[in-house]
Design a protein around this ligand. Structure first.
Ligand code: TMP
Length: 205
């Protein structure tokens, strides 16, 4: 897959605060003349958004869950991400395959070898150019999430689940240190934003 754009993903456990930095980063990049595409997983296309509803709210076993997140990813990649990268856009994506390794692999304990097979089939080598991993302890994230609305199937999980998810992210980051930048998401918003900008500036983007 050839492309001239940039693919940046945002990862972290629920409540890490990653999503609130996507719009500001898009604004910062637009000012530098880039075309921006903001999207998310599971989701980003009509089909993938339909699958998202199922994954977040319907009871299912771990294999079904893994197949659905990768099915959603395939549609999203082929119909949204690849065309955007091919025309030179910067794609900011709220979660991607690292979330499958963290949530399905770490959180659910699902077979990592099966996930690697799905990753190879679905992505044909497409990996993000940069992954911003918003890291903080599960207890801090839980306090931030609060109890404002009815939790989905993931938000309803206990602290031990989210510590396993966090460990799943740490493993992925250790395997791909060039691509990952760990953001300490436990501090004030301004301190987190400074780390996001530093990650971009260090790559001269
Ligand atoms: P969001 O709340 O950040 O939009 O993400 C939706 C939920 O889906 C979140 O709890 C993580 C979960 N998820 C997976 O379990 N596997 C995946 O591959 C992706 C992309 C998300």
């Amino acid at each position: 897959m050839s492309s001239s754009g940039r693919f940046i993903t945002f990862e972290g456990i629920d409540g890490a605060g990653k999503s609130s930095h996507i719009e500001p980063l898009a604004g910062w990049l637009r000012q530098r003349g880039h075309e921006l595409v903001l999207t998310r997983e599971p989701g980003g296309t009509e089909l993938a958004e339909s699958l998202r509803e199922l994954v977040l709210h319907q009871p299912m076993d771990a294999l079904t869950e893994a197949l659905l997140v990768f099915a959603a990813r395939r549609d999203h990649l082929v119909r949204q991400i690849e065309p955007a990268l091919a025309r030179g856009a910067v794609v900011l994506c709220d979660r991607y395959t690292d979330a499958s390794f963290a949530y399905q692999g770490g959180g659910r304990g699902f077979d990592l070898a099966v996930l690697s097979t799905l990753e190879a089939w679905v992505q044909q080598g497409r990996q993000p150019d940069l992954t911003l991993w918003f890291d903080l302890p599960a207890a801090t994230a839980a306090a931030r999430r609060g109890a404002a609305r009815a939790p989905d199937r993931f938000e309803a999980q206990d602290e031990a689940f989210f510590e396993r998810v966090r460990a799943g992210y740490a493993r992925r980051a250790a395997h791909d240190p060039q691509r990952f930048v760990r953001i300490d998401a436990g501090g004030e918003r301004a301190a987190v934003w400074a780390q996001v900008l530093a990650a971009l500036q260090s790559r001269a983007w």
